[in-house]
Design a protein around this ligand. Structure first.
Ligand SMILES: N[C@@H](CCC(=O)N[C@@H](CS)C(=O)NCC(=O)O)C(=O)O
Length: 232
Protein backbone atom coordinates (compact mmCIF):
# COMPACT_ATOMS: atom_id res chain seq x y z
CA UNK A 1 0.00 0.00 0.00
CA UNK A 2 1.41 3.42 -0.99
CA UNK A 3 2.15 5.77 1.90
CA UNK A 4 1.21 9.38 1.14
CA UNK A 5 1.48 10.58 4.75
CA UNK A 6 4.55 12.71 3.90
CA UNK A 7 2.23 14.98 1.87
CA UNK A 8 0.45 17.45 4.18
CA UNK A 9 -2.47 17.72 1.73
CA UNK A 10 -3.51 14.16 2.69
CA UNK A 11 -4.08 15.33 6.27
CA UNK A 12 -6.94 17.58 5.19
CA UNK A 13 -8.12 15.29 2.36
CA UNK A 14 -7.27 11.71 3.41
CA UNK A 15 -6.72 9.24 0.56
CA UNK A 16 -9.14 6.34 0.74
CA UNK A 17 -7.35 4.80 -2.23
CA UNK A 18 -3.70 5.88 -1.87
CA UNK A 19 -2.68 3.80 -4.90
CA UNK A 20 -4.78 6.01 -7.17
CA UNK A 21 -4.05 9.48 -8.54
CA UNK A 22 -5.40 12.05 -6.09
CA UNK A 23 -7.21 14.97 -7.75
CA UNK A 24 -7.99 18.18 -5.84
CA UNK A 25 -10.50 20.15 -7.83
CA UNK A 26 -13.88 21.71 -8.54
CA UNK A 27 -15.94 21.63 -11.76
CA UNK A 28 -14.61 24.97 -13.09
CA UNK A 29 -13.19 25.33 -16.64
CA UNK A 30 -9.66 24.67 -15.35
CA UNK A 31 -10.72 21.90 -12.99
CA UNK A 32 -12.72 19.94 -15.56
CA UNK A 33 -9.80 19.82 -18.01
CA UNK A 34 -8.16 17.32 -15.67
CA UNK A 35 -11.28 15.35 -14.71
CA UNK A 36 -12.20 15.04 -18.41
CA UNK A 37 -8.73 13.77 -19.29
CA UNK A 38 -8.80 11.31 -16.40
CA UNK A 39 -12.20 10.04 -17.54
CA UNK A 40 -10.98 9.79 -21.14
CA UNK A 41 -7.82 7.85 -20.22
CA UNK A 42 -9.42 5.52 -17.66
CA UNK A 43 -6.51 6.13 -15.25
CA UNK A 44 -7.75 5.26 -11.74
CA UNK A 45 -8.19 8.35 -9.54
CA UNK A 46 -9.83 9.65 -6.42
CA UNK A 47 -11.26 13.16 -6.33
CA UNK A 48 -11.33 15.64 -3.45
CA UNK A 49 -13.45 18.79 -3.39
CA UNK A 50 -11.60 22.04 -2.67
CA UNK A 51 -14.34 24.35 -1.44
CA UNK A 52 -13.88 28.01 -2.37
CA UNK A 53 -16.74 28.87 0.02
CA UNK A 54 -14.64 27.44 2.86
CA UNK A 55 -11.49 29.11 1.39
CA UNK A 56 -9.87 25.67 1.22
CA UNK A 57 -7.52 26.90 -1.51
CA UNK A 58 -5.73 29.08 1.06
CA UNK A 59 -5.27 26.32 3.64
CA UNK A 60 -1.68 25.36 4.43
CA UNK A 61 -2.44 21.80 3.40
CA UNK A 62 -3.60 22.86 -0.06
CA UNK A 63 -0.77 25.39 -0.49
CA UNK A 64 1.75 22.64 0.28
CA UNK A 65 0.82 21.11 -3.11
CA UNK A 66 -0.45 24.14 -5.03
CA UNK A 67 1.42 27.26 -3.83
CA UNK A 68 -0.49 29.50 -6.28
CA UNK A 69 -3.73 28.69 -4.35
CA UNK A 70 -5.54 27.49 -7.46
CA UNK A 71 -7.22 24.27 -8.49
CA UNK A 72 -6.64 21.82 -10.10
CA UNK A 73 -3.77 19.94 -8.46
CA UNK A 74 -2.87 16.27 -8.44
CA UNK A 75 -0.75 13.88 -6.44
CA UNK A 76 0.30 10.75 -8.33
CA UNK A 77 1.47 8.06 -5.88
CA UNK A 78 3.16 6.25 -8.74
CA UNK A 79 5.08 9.02 -10.51
CA UNK A 80 8.41 8.86 -12.36
CA UNK A 81 10.73 6.16 -10.98
CA UNK A 82 7.81 4.90 -8.92
CA UNK A 83 7.96 7.91 -6.58
CA UNK A 84 4.98 10.14 -5.71
CA UNK A 85 4.70 13.33 -7.78
CA UNK A 86 2.61 16.38 -6.93
CA UNK A 87 1.67 18.89 -9.67
CA UNK A 88 -0.28 22.12 -10.01
CA UNK A 89 -1.12 24.15 -13.20
CA UNK A 90 -3.63 22.40 -15.42
CA UNK A 91 -1.46 22.59 -18.55
CA UNK A 92 1.41 20.75 -16.85
CA UNK A 93 -1.05 18.22 -15.43
CA UNK A 94 -2.59 17.55 -18.87
CA UNK A 95 0.84 16.98 -20.43
CA UNK A 96 1.90 14.72 -17.57
CA UNK A 97 -1.26 12.58 -17.55
CA UNK A 98 -1.44 12.29 -21.36
CA UNK A 99 2.23 11.19 -21.41
CA UNK A 100 1.61 8.73 -18.59
CA UNK A 101 -1.43 7.22 -20.34
CA UNK A 102 0.19 7.35 -23.79
CA UNK A 103 -3.00 8.91 -25.16
CA UNK A 104 -4.26 12.29 -26.44
CA UNK A 105 -0.76 13.64 -27.16
CA UNK A 106 0.67 12.59 -30.54
CA UNK A 107 3.70 10.30 -30.33
CA UNK A 108 5.60 11.97 -33.19
CA UNK A 109 7.74 14.93 -32.15
CA UNK A 110 6.25 17.49 -34.54
CA UNK A 111 2.67 16.50 -33.67
CA UNK A 112 3.49 16.63 -29.99
CA UNK A 113 4.85 20.20 -30.16
CA UNK A 114 2.02 21.35 -32.40
CA UNK A 115 -0.45 20.06 -29.82
CA UNK A 116 1.46 21.73 -26.98
CA UNK A 117 1.43 25.02 -28.87
CA UNK A 118 -2.40 24.94 -28.80
CA UNK A 119 -2.42 23.95 -25.14
CA UNK A 120 -0.26 27.04 -24.48
CA UNK A 121 -2.62 29.14 -26.62
CA UNK A 122 -5.33 28.19 -24.12
CA UNK A 123 -3.17 28.63 -21.03
CA UNK A 124 -1.78 32.04 -22.03
CA UNK A 125 -4.67 33.42 -24.09
CA UNK A 126 -8.10 31.85 -23.87
CA UNK A 127 -8.10 31.08 -20.13
CA UNK A 128 -6.89 34.47 -18.84
CA UNK A 129 -8.86 36.56 -21.40
CA UNK A 130 -12.17 34.69 -21.13
CA UNK A 131 -11.73 34.66 -17.34
CA UNK A 132 -11.35 38.46 -17.25
CA UNK A 133 -14.36 38.85 -19.51
CA UNK A 134 -16.32 36.72 -17.05
CA UNK A 135 -15.33 39.07 -14.24
CA UNK A 136 -16.41 42.20 -16.13
CA UNK A 137 -19.52 40.70 -17.73
CA UNK A 138 -20.96 38.39 -15.09
CA UNK A 139 -19.31 38.90 -11.74
CA UNK A 140 -18.39 41.97 -9.61
CA UNK A 141 -16.99 43.94 -12.59
CA UNK A 142 -20.37 44.06 -14.34
CA UNK A 143 -21.43 46.93 -12.07
CA UNK A 144 -18.46 49.10 -13.05
CA UNK A 145 -19.66 52.18 -14.88
CA UNK A 146 -16.61 52.30 -17.12
CA UNK A 147 -17.19 49.62 -19.76
CA UNK A 148 -13.75 49.92 -21.36
CA UNK A 149 -12.21 46.94 -19.47
CA UNK A 150 -15.19 44.73 -20.43
CA UNK A 151 -14.99 45.84 -24.04
CA UNK A 152 -11.25 45.26 -24.18
CA UNK A 153 -11.62 41.66 -22.98
CA UNK A 154 -14.63 41.09 -25.25
CA UNK A 155 -12.60 42.24 -28.27
CA UNK A 156 -9.65 40.06 -27.30
CA UNK A 157 -11.96 37.07 -26.73
CA UNK A 158 -13.47 37.58 -30.18
CA UNK A 159 -10.02 37.74 -31.71
CA UNK A 160 -9.03 34.49 -30.00
CA UNK A 161 -12.27 32.79 -31.08
CA UNK A 162 -11.55 33.86 -34.63
CA UNK A 163 -8.04 32.33 -34.47
CA UNK A 164 -9.58 29.10 -33.18
CA UNK A 165 -12.35 29.16 -35.77
CA UNK A 166 -9.84 29.44 -38.59
CA UNK A 167 -7.78 26.60 -37.15
CA UNK A 168 -10.88 24.39 -37.02
CA UNK A 169 -11.87 25.05 -40.64
CA UNK A 170 -11.91 21.64 -42.34
CA UNK A 171 -10.77 19.88 -39.14
CA UNK A 172 -12.70 17.67 -36.71
CA UNK A 173 -10.48 18.67 -33.79
CA UNK A 174 -7.69 21.18 -33.15
CA UNK A 175 -5.13 18.63 -34.41
CA UNK A 176 -7.30 17.38 -37.27
CA UNK A 177 -8.49 13.78 -37.00
CA UNK A 178 -6.86 13.23 -33.62
CA UNK A 179 -8.62 14.30 -30.43
CA UNK A 180 -5.95 15.62 -28.04
CA UNK A 181 -5.30 17.56 -24.86
CA UNK A 182 -5.50 20.75 -26.98
CA UNK A 183 -9.26 20.13 -27.32
CA UNK A 184 -9.54 19.17 -23.65
CA UNK A 185 -7.77 22.41 -22.65
CA UNK A 186 -9.67 24.80 -24.93
CA UNK A 187 -13.26 23.60 -25.23
CA UNK A 188 -14.31 23.73 -21.55
CA UNK A 189 -13.42 27.44 -21.64
CA UNK A 190 -15.49 28.05 -24.78
CA UNK A 191 -18.43 26.21 -23.21
CA UNK A 192 -18.06 28.30 -20.07
CA UNK A 193 -17.89 31.59 -22.01
CA UNK A 194 -21.17 31.04 -23.84
CA UNK A 195 -22.83 29.00 -21.06
CA UNK A 196 -22.07 30.02 -17.49
CA UNK A 197 -20.72 33.50 -18.35
CA UNK A 198 -23.59 34.17 -20.78
CA UNK A 199 -21.23 36.14 -23.04
CA UNK A 200 -22.25 34.51 -26.36
CA UNK A 201 -23.94 37.63 -27.74
CA UNK A 202 -21.21 39.96 -26.52
CA UNK A 203 -18.53 37.99 -28.41
CA UNK A 204 -20.79 37.36 -31.42
CA UNK A 205 -20.42 33.63 -30.97
CA UNK A 206 -22.79 32.85 -33.86
CA UNK A 207 -19.99 34.03 -36.23
CA UNK A 208 -17.73 31.14 -35.15
CA UNK A 209 -19.41 28.18 -36.83
CA UNK A 210 -16.42 25.84 -36.68
CA UNK A 211 -15.96 26.46 -32.96
CA UNK A 212 -19.66 25.78 -32.32
CA UNK A 213 -19.51 22.55 -34.37
CA UNK A 214 -16.47 21.19 -32.52
CA UNK A 215 -17.84 22.24 -29.13
CA UNK A 216 -20.98 20.22 -29.88
CA UNK A 217 -18.92 17.14 -30.75
CA UNK A 218 -16.85 17.62 -27.59
CA UNK A 219 -19.75 17.80 -25.14
CA UNK A 220 -21.36 14.75 -26.82
CA UNK A 221 -18.45 12.56 -25.66
CA UNK A 222 -19.53 10.45 -22.65
CA UNK A 223 -16.19 11.01 -20.84
CA UNK A 224 -16.59 14.77 -21.26
CA UNK A 225 -20.13 14.66 -19.89
CA UNK A 226 -18.85 12.79 -16.83
CA UNK A 227 -15.76 14.96 -16.37
CA UNK A 228 -17.79 18.17 -16.43
CA UNK A 229 -19.54 17.26 -13.18
CA UNK A 230 -16.52 16.13 -11.13
CA UNK A 231 -16.44 16.49 -8.20
CA UNK A 232 -20.23 16.21 -8.01
N1 LIG B 1 -3.28 28.69 -14.66
C1 LIG B 1 -4.01 27.95 -13.68
C2 LIG B 1 -5.30 28.68 -13.35
C3 LIG B 1 -6.11 27.93 -12.33
C4 LIG B 1 -7.29 28.78 -11.84
O1 LIG B 1 -7.44 29.96 -12.18
N2 LIG B 1 -8.11 28.14 -11.01
C5 LIG B 1 -9.24 28.86 -10.42
C6 LIG B 1 -10.53 28.11 -10.69
S1 LIG B 1 -10.85 27.98 -12.43
C7 LIG B 1 -9.03 28.93 -8.91
O2 LIG B 1 -8.54 27.97 -8.32
N3 LIG B 1 -9.38 30.03 -8.26
C8 LIG B 1 -9.31 30.16 -6.83
C9 LIG B 1 -8.68 31.43 -6.37
O3 LIG B 1 -8.17 32.19 -7.22
O4 LIG B 1 -8.70 31.69 -5.17
C10 LIG B 1 -4.31 26.54 -14.20
O5 LIG B 1 -4.59 26.44 -15.41
O6 LIG B 1 -4.28 25.57 -13.44
Amino acid sequence: MTDLSAFPITKKWPARHPDRIQLYSLPTPNGVKVSILLEETGLPYEVHRVSFDAKDQFSLEFLSLSPNNKIPAILDPNGPEGKPLGLFESGAILIYLASKAGKFLPADTAGRYETLQWVMFQMGGIGPMFGQLGFFHKFAGKDYEDKRPRDRYAEESKRLLNVLDQRLEGRDWVMGDEYTIADIAILPWVRNLVGFYGAGELVEFSRFKNVARVLEAFVARPAVARGLTIPG
